[in-house]
Design a protein around this ligand. Structure first.
Ligand code: PRE
Length: 364
C-alpha cells in the first residue's frame, strides 16, 4: 500500500470519527432528555428509576440483529454496551458492589453487564455484597452463582435465604485460568500454588499432571492469589487475565482449565423488579414438606405447561435438620399468565415459595 493510499484512508477515518462523535453526543443528549422525562413523570414520593435492564437488553439485541459486519455481533454489542453505560452515567452514576478484590472474574462480569461507567466497589465476601445492597449503599451487587465444571456457588444460594433480594440480570463469562508467576519466582522451585478453591477444582487434572506434589493453597479469591505471588519467590497463582494484568504477573502456562468450555454464571442483585422483555428467565426458591413425591409434585406444573427448567439446585433449609429448599430457574417471566398459573399451583403445594426475580436472558 502506498503512503498516499494510507493517507487518504486516514482522512476518511477522521471524517467518519467526527460523525460517530456527533452521533454519540446526540445520543447522550437524548439520554439526558430521557432522565428529564423520567423525573417529570414521577408521582409524589416516587423514586426515579433510571437503570432499565429490560430496555438495555432490547437495545443490545437489536444491535446484534442489525449488525452486518465486518465486526462480529458480540464485538458490536460490547461497543454499544459501553455507550449505554456512559449515557446512563449521565442520568445517574450506578454504584455496583462485587465479590472482590479488584481483578476477580466477578469484576469482569460486572463490567460485561453494566459497562465501565459505573462506580464499582469490591467486597471481601459474597455475603458482604448482599449486605451492601440491602443497606442501600450501592444500587446493585454482582455475585457468582454457578460454574459449568464445579456446579453451584453455595455461598450465593445460601445468601438468598437470608436476604430479600431481587435478581435483575445474569451474565455468563468464559473462564480461562492461567498459571501465573512474578518476576522473582524461581519457576523450577515452585512449592505452592494459590487460588480460589473453585479454580483449583476447575484445574485439578492439569495440576495432577503438571504439579502433582506441589501444595495447593485455597485463598479467598484468584486476585488474592495473584497478590500473594508477587512477594514470594517459590509460589505461583491460578487466576485470569484481569488479575494477571493488575498484579503484573506473567503466564507460565495458559488456559489450564480442565474443560475448554469452562464458564461461570453471575447474577445481578438489587431491589428493582424488571418488566418482561419477551425473552426472560425467572428464579424461585421453594420449600416443600418432607413427604414422598414432594419433588415430583413441584415439577409436574412445569412439565404440564411446557416450561423449560434451566436449573434446579437443592440446599439444606435453615429451618430444620434434613429439610431442603429448591432453587429453580426457568424460562419465562413471573408476570406471564402461564407462569403466574404455574406459580399459583406450586404455592398451593409448597410450604413456602419466593420469587427471586424475573430478568432478561443474558444477551452478551
Ligand atoms: O431508555 C431509557 O430508559 C434510558 O434511560 C436510555 C438508556 C440508553 O442509553 O439507551 C440508558 C439507560 C437505561 O438503562 C436504558 C437505556
Amino acid at each position: 500500500m502506498s503512503e498516499q493510499e494510507l493517507k487518504a484512508l486516514r482522512v476518511r477515518i477522521d471524517a467518519l470519527d467526527e460523525k460517530v462523535l456527533e452521533l454519540i453526543s446526540e445520543r447522550a443528549r437524548c439520554a439526558q432528555e430521557v432522565a428529564r422525562v423520567k423525573m417529570a413523570s414521577l408521582a409524589e414520593g416516587e423514586v426515579p428509576v433510571f437503570y432499565r435492564p429490560e430496555r438495555e437488553a432490547q437495545v443490545l439485541k437489536r444491535v446484534m440483529e442489525r449488525n452486518q459486519g465486518p465486526l462480529g455481533n458480540e464485538e458490536m454489542a460490547r461497543l454499544f454496551r459501553e455507550i449505554m453505560s456512559s449515557c446512563l452515567a449521565l442520568e445517574q452514576p450506578l454504584k455496583v458492589a462485587y465479590l472482590g478484590p479488584e481483578g476477580t472474574f466477578t469484576q469482569a462480569a460486572a463490567m460485561k453487564h453494566f459497562g465501565h461507567a459505573v462506580i464499582s466497589k469490591p467486597m471481601a465476601a459474597i455475603d458482604e455484597v448482599f449486605r451492601e445492597v440491602a443497606a442501600g449503599a450501592v444500587n446493585f451487587g454482582v455475585v457468582p452463582v454457578e460454574n459449568s465444571t464445579e456446579g453451584a456457588v453455595n455461598h450465593t444460594l445460601d445468601s438468598f435465604l437470608e436476604h430479600d433480594m431481587v435478581i435483575c440480570g445474569e451474565v455468563e463469562l468464559r473462564i480461562h485460568h492461567h498459571l501465573l508467576v512474578g518476576e522473582n519466582t524461581k519457576t523450577d522451585s515452585i512449592s505452592r500454588i494459590y487460588s480460589h478453591a473453585q479454580s483449583l477444582a476447575q484445574c485439578r487434572k492439569w495440576l495432577d499432571a503438571h504439579y502433582p506434589n506441589v501444595e495447593r493453597v485455597a485463598v479467598s479469591s484468584n486476585a488474592e492469589a495473584a497478590k500473594r505471588v508477587k512477594g514470594e519467590w517459590n509460589s505461583a497463582a491460578i487466576a485470569g487475565d484481569m488479575a494477571a494484568g493488575l498484579y503484573g504477573l506473567t503466564r507460565l502456562a495458559e488456559k489450564i482449565e480442565d474443560r475448554p468450555d469452562n464458564s461461570t454464571r453471575f447474577l445481578m442483585i438489587g431491589n428493582q423488579e424488571v418488566p418482561p422483555t419477551g425473552d426472560d428467565k425467572t428464579s424461585i426458591i421453594v420449600s416443600m414438606s418432607n413427604k414422598p413425591g414432594a419433588l415430583h409434585e413441584l415439577l409436574v406444573p412445569f412439565h404440564d405447561n411446557g416450561i423449560d427448567l434451566t436449573r434446579i439446585e437443592t440446599r439444606p433449609s435453615r429451618s430444620g435438620k434434613w429439610t431442603y429448599v429448591f432453587f429453580i430457574d426457568f424460562v419465562g417471566h413471573h408476570r406471564d399468565p402461564l407462569i403466574k398459573g404455574v406459580l399459583e399451583k406450586i404455592s398451593q403445594e409448597a410450604v413456602a415459595l419466593k420469587v427471586l426475580g424475573s430478568y432478561p436472558k443474558a444477551v452478551l
